[in-house]
Write a protein that binds this ligand. Structure first.
Ligand SMILES: Cc1ncc(COP(=O)(O)O)c(C=O)c1O
Length: 280
């Protein structure tokens, strides 16, 4: 069997990592300025992080979300404090795309509406609605297309205001990166984020802050959206959350009512993932 050849890869086989350095199979040492696709935020394999994962492996690695997992409560508590969103709730999953899927789904459940406003240059993942919301036709399969995505120019308050005037009763969510990552490093203007907040409030729509790449302490505030001085309704997170271990989540404002079974995942928030996130 061969690998399905979908990645444009560098011809380097990294076999070891420590702190800011990685080594290939020939022993060549590199200063890692890339962090494995923005996944490593504080350097590879810090001693306390490595030890916490090893200790957890000796106890239990995984159990499904059918039992109490106290590590999830500990992570939620810590995240609430560090992000200063103590009154928000946490739902855990496995990847950035999955976080955005869950955020969009929750927004639609909550509002009963289905149109999603997204922006030029935006990237939100490769799964069904997340990829439909992404501005890259090359990665959107015919099955992903939906008439419910409205793509507007980035940072254009007038276009956004006109869109809400026309479609406000149908818009369930606006999804936006605080700083676009894949699309190039373009910041959302604070006034644009404030405009999103105001229009979402006026029209009963949900403001989703895709913080998968720009969040988690990467911009000087915990979520880059904080710079605008407004709260989003849902923050999506992944990448640096587990410092390389696959873990993701959404942080949800108190106004959302959780109903049994409305969201769910097998692996999300497992013991090892929580320990990775707590240690990161
Ligand atoms: C802003 C943003 N959202 C979502 C995603 C998707 O994350 P994942 O690759 O973990 O599914 C990415 C990945 O690059 C991203 O940069």
């Amino acid at each position: 069997m061969h690998l399905f050849d979908v990645y444009s890869i560098q011809q380097i086989n990294i076999t070891k990592a420590k702190g800011s350095y990685v080594w290939d199979e020939t022993g060549q040492k590199y200063l890692d300025m890339y962090g494995g696709h923005a996944v490593i935020s504080i350097g590879h394999l810090h001693d306390h992080w490595q030890k916490a994962l090893k200790d957890q492996l000796d106890k239990i690695a995984f159990y499904s979300n059918s039992i109490i997992i106290r590590l999830q409560d500990e992570l939620a508590q810590k995240l609430g404090e560090i992000s200063v969103k103590e009154d928000y709730s946490l739902f855990l999953c496995n990847s950035g795309a999955e976080a955005n899927e869950n955020a969009l789904k929750l927004a639609s459940f909550h509002t009963g509406k289905k149109k999603v406003v997204t922006f030029s240059g935006g990237f939100h993942g490769r799964t069904s609605l997340a990829v439909a919301a992404t501005d890259n036709p090359a990665i959107i399969a015919p099955v992903n297309y939906t008439g419910d995505i409205i793509r507007l120019p980035f940072n254009d308050e007038q276009a956004l205001t006109e869109c809400f005037a026309k479609h406000g009763t149908e818009i369930c969510a606006v999804i936006i990166e605080g700083i676009q990552g894949v699309g190039g490093i373009y910041e959302a203007e604070p006034s644009f984020l404030q405009c999103i907040r105001t229009l979402c409030d006026q029209h009963g729509s949900v403001y989703i802050a895709d913080s998968v790449q720009c969040g988690y302490g990467r911009s000087g505030s915990f979520f880059s959206h904080d710079i605008a001085g407004v709260n989003a309704d849902i923050y999506t997170m992944a990448k640096g959350m587990g410092n390389g271990f696959p873990v993701a989540g959404i942080v949800v404002a108190p106004k959302f009512e959780a109903k049994k079974g409305m969201l769910g995942t097998t692996f999300g928030g497992n013991h090892l993932a929580c320990v990775a996130a707590i240690g990161a």
